[in-house]
Design a protein around this ligand. Sequence first.
Ligand SMILES: [Mn+2]
Length: 354
Amino acid sequence: MENRPRPSREFFESLLASAQGRADVRLLQKEPLERFLDLVLDVVTAEPSCVEWEPREMVVVGDTHGDYRSTNHLLDAYPSTPLVFLGDYSGRSREKFDDIRNCLLVFVAKLLSRDRILLLRGNHDDEMVSSENGLLQSLREMLGAADGEAVWKKVVAIFHQLPVSLVMKDLIVLHGALPKVGTLGEIRGIPKGTPFVDQPLLTQVLWNDVTSRDGVADSERCPGALVYGKSTLLELLAAVGRKVLIHGHNYAAKGVGCDGADICLYTCETYFYLPLGTPGDPPDVQTPLPGNLIAHYDGQETIGIRALPAFHLGEVPLFEVRVPSDGPPSAASVSSLRATLFRSLHDRFKHQGR
Ligand SMILES: [Mn+2]
């Protein structure tokens, strides 16, 4: 495994340029691309299904779904902070090949910073879903039918080897929502390397949802998955010995629910991008909706929920979740100015429907 041939420096430069949207992905050649994907596969295969990190600062990024611009922005904005991506790297792309760019970008980042960047698995990061969500089609278009399918199979092998959860101190981090388990050991025991349909608990991790209604119901999104409310979430958190679930997979306008026990992040502009300027204005005149959220954990007791433009506005969080060592979590709105901006954007978003 260690002596796989490495692609050339020139290849890595053109790979990065393509992934960042500075060059045409169709200029990439199949053979070095496959050698690159083999290197990424080795790195993620060595990781456990349930990653356990000592308490430390980290930024958690929700579903990016082909939004390589946001991914690139985050990699630039946090060059040394541990970054956890919640999965769903392809699907729902805004423009052709955005899904390929985003996958390549997170793979390059992982290869270069394997101990700092964690790529968790989402429900789209799967053989079946990525054959239907546009990624296979994009790769066929990029490389031709046969070569595109061969490269897609290597991408799928990586997807299936991604870890499915992270536990750190009082937090558990995964794509969908906690599965119905009685112990953390059941989550640790979820095997890697298979499609989710073969694994009932993995199906739940990747597809479950938390809602505002209490009780447990079957999910309409996927057979075998569940939708549940606050009391069930609190029971499951207690069962796995944690206080806060950080997850993606769904859009939650505020990003915080269940009094801080539920942090739901969506970090993709594709669905939730509402220009404030007039059409044709440069991108920095437009403001993403607060659906474009990340969570910053200080490694102690505080998790700040920030919208992506916060980088340009002094890093003021929208909401703050406190996780004291001796009590339950609590959530509070932080900045009244930003809360007002947030509410006006949210109202406008609601009126537009989606
Ligand atoms: Mn998802």
